[in-house]
Design a protein around this ligand. Structure first.
Ligand code: HEC
Length: 171
């Protein structure tokens, strides 16, 4: 009888624990998620490319201008690409959609898409929550330009990595 009571008490306690821990589905993201997302964005250098003037000002760009895309293009053999306005991009994605996209997306150089595969789901969710916590401001980054069309200055020139550099690391 005592054991039965004990088991009942344990079951009841774990039920209480389970109900108190589970957050309602519509809960706003925790402040800690947003903070860790910001930290991940900072140490992953997303701003270096996705924030105008970030490199030129060695990071001294106010947070309210972060991740709004960059009008300075990257010109390579295949054309010129522009780092997207991530605030607007994330508005078009659900959180689960972003996690899935980060696992399969392949973008043009110099976007280091392969590194997105190294994040845990929780880290990707934190990045999403941070970016979504920023106001969806700014305009879309310029459309990519085809090969052979000169981009307006200034632009970054990418080296041709198809040749000896890639071969040098092939097994
Ligand atoms: C070295 C520069 C660079 C860095 C660092 C970088 N990006 Fe990018 N990113 C780009 C460029 C350029 C594009 C556009 C590529 C294209 O058009 O194919 C892009 C595209 C993207 C896209 C696709 C958006 C769309 O328009 O659909 C996402 C999402 C993205 N980046 C997220 C990130 C995140 C998150 C980080 C940090 C973890 C990051 N990027 C770091 C340069 C960079």
């Amino acid at each position: 009888m005592r054991i039965a009571h004990l088991l009942f008490a344990i079951a009841a306690a774990s039920l209480v624990a389970a109900t108190t821990v589970a957050a309602p589905a519509c809960a706003p993201p925790a402040a800690s998620d947003i903070e860790s997302g910001k930290h991940l964005v900072l140490i992953s250098h997303c701003n270096n490319c996705h924030t105008a003037g970030y490199v030129a000002n060695t990071g001294a760009v106010p947070e309210d201008r972060w991740l709004m895309g960059n009008p300075v293009g990257w010109r390579g053999k295949g054309g010129t690409v522009y780092a997207s306005n991530l605030r607007l991009v994330m508005q078009q994605l659900t959180e689960d959609g972003w996690v899935q996209l980060a696992r399969v997306g392949e973008w043009r150089a110099p976007m280091p898409w392969w590194s997105l595969r190294d994040y845990s789901d929780d880290e990707l969710r934190a990045i999403y929550r941070y970016v979504r916590s920023l106001k969806p401001l700014g305009t879309r980054a310029p459309d990519a330009l085809p090969a052979g069309q000169m981009p307006p200055k200034p632009y970054n020139q990418l080296p041709d990595l198809d040749g000896c550099e890639r071969a040098a690391v092939s097994p």
